[in-house]
Design a protein around this ligand. Structure first.
Ligand code: BMA
Length: 329
C-alpha cells in the first residue's frame, strides 16, 4: 500500500555509485529499463511515474502508440526495473456527469505523475481539453481509475501534487504553457480544499538566463518531505541551435510556505549525455517524473524519460542531493 513520509523502502532499485564517479546522481547500468517497443503497438514508452505498491511497485506509463497518439497505461513490477505494462490504456470512470461530459473532448493523455495522498494514489497528467491542461484522478489498485475534474484552464502542463496537505490545503505545482512546444514556463503553486477547486496561485520559480534552465522549468516527481524543506526535482530547458535540451535540477522549498524557495542548484544534476538520452524521437531529453526514497539509508532512485523514447533510472543519496542544492545555490 501507500507510503508515508517516514516509510522505509529497502526494496527500491539500487546500484552503488560507480567507482571513480563523483556524480551526485548516477545512471543505472541497466538503462534504459523500458524499451520503446515493450508492448504491442508502442512507438515509445517514457515520462512515466511509479510508486511502491503491495510487495513491489506500480505505475502509470506514457505510451505513444504507432499512430503517435499519446496515452497512459498502468504497469506493475516486483523490483521496479522489470515492468509489465498493461496493454489497454487507462479508462477513466467518472461519477460526476459534468466530468463525463468533458471526457469526450480529450484527445490524448501524457506525462503522468502519481502521488500517495491520504488513502489513495492520485494521478495527475496532461490531457487535451481545448489544449493541454491537468487531469486529476485516483486509484486504489491501479485497475480502476476514477476521474475528478480538470484542475486548471488550458494551457498548462506538469501538474504535480504534494503528498500531504499543508496548512489544511491540497497543493499542486504546475507550469502554465501554450498550445505548442512552449518557449517559456515557470513553476506555480496552487491550493485547493477538495482537489477540484484550485486557487491562491503563487509563483515558485522562474528561469535563469544563460543557463541549462534558461527557457523553461517544470516540476518533476512528487516533492519529498525532509526536515530541511520539500525536495523538488524538476526539469530545466535550454534552447540550443538544435532545439530544446531538457536537464534535471533540484530545489528546496519551505515546508510551510512551499512557494518560497530556500535553495536551488546552479548546476544541473543530470543532463542528456549518453546515447539513450541524446538520440530518440526527441533528442537531448532527460525528463524526471518519479522518485523512490528509502529514508533510513537515504537512497533515492529517480525515474526519467530518455529522448522521449525510453524509461531510465538514476540513483543518488538524498542528503547529498540536498548538500549539492545548498552548496551550489
Ligand atoms: C514537453 C512535453 C514532454 C516532452 C518534452 C520534450 O513539452 O511534451 O512530454 O518530454 O516536451 O519533447
Amino acid at each position: 500500500m501507500g507510503t508515508a513520509a517516514t516509510d522505509a523502502l529497502p526494496n527500491i532499485p539500487w546500484e552503488d555509485r560507480p567507482a571513480g564517479s563523483k556524480a551526485v546522481l548516477w545512471r543505472s547500468s541497466r538503462n534504459p529499463i523500458i524499451r520503446r517497443d515493450q508492448i504491442e503497438r508502442s512507438n515509445s514508452i517514457f515520462n512515466s511515474a511509479v510508486v511502491p505498491f503491495d510487495d513491489g511497485f506500480a505505475g502509470v506509463f506514457r505510451v505513444d502508440d504507432t499512430t503517435r497518439i499519446m496515452n497512459i497505461h498502468a504497469g506493475f513490477s516486483r523490483d521496479g526495473v522489470d515492468w509489465k505494462i498493461e496493454q489497454p490504456t487507462i479508462e477513466w470512470i467518472a461519477a460526476d456527469p459534468r466530468v463525463r461530459e468533458i471526457q469526450k473532448t480529450f484527445e490524448h493523455a501524457y506525462d503522468p505523475r502519481v502521488t500517495w495522498l491520504e488513502d489513495r494514489y492520485y494521478v495527475t497528467w496532461c490531457n487535451g481539453y481545448h489544449g493541454p491542461t491537468i487531469g486529476v484522478g485516483y486509484t486504489h489498485d491501479f485497475k480502476s481509475f476514477h476521474q475528478l475534474d480538470n484542475a486548471f484552464l488550458p494551457f498548462n502542463r506538469n501538474g504535480v501534487l504534494f503528498p500531504r496537505r499543508v496548512n489544511g490545503a491540497y497543493l499542486m505545482l504546475s507550469r502554465p504553457s501554450d498550445n505548442g512546444h512552449t518557449p517559456f514556463g515557470d513553476i506555480y503553486l496552487s491550493e485547493s480544499p477538495d482537489l477540484v477547486h484550485w486557487g491562491r496561485h503563487r509563483q515558485v520559480m522562474t528561469t535563469r538566463p544563460w543557463t541549462w534552465e534558461s527557457t523553461k522549468v517544470g516540476a518533476g516527481p512528487t516533492p519529498i518531505e525532509t526536515p530541511e524543506g520539500w525536495l523538488l526535482i524538476y526539469h530545466g530547458v535550454l534552447t540550443s541551435c538544435n532545439g530544446f535540451v531538457y536537464s534535471m535540477g533540484a530545489a528546496l522549498l519551505d515546508l510551510d510556505e512551499p512557494w518560497k524557495v530556500i535553495a536551488r542548484s546552479r548546476d544541473y544534476l543530470l543532463s542528456p549525455q549518453v546515447p539513450y538520452e541524446q538520440v530518440g524521437d526527441v533528442p537531448n531529453v532527460a525528463f524526471p517524473c518519479a522518485a523512490l526514497y528509502d529514508r533510513p539509508t537515504g537512497r533515492l532512485t529517480v525515474y526519467y524519460g530518455g529522448a522521449d523514447t525510453v524509461v531510465c533510472l538514476a540513483h543518488g543519496y538524498l542528503p547529498e542531493v540536498i548538500e549539492f542544492v545548498r552548496a551550489r545555490s
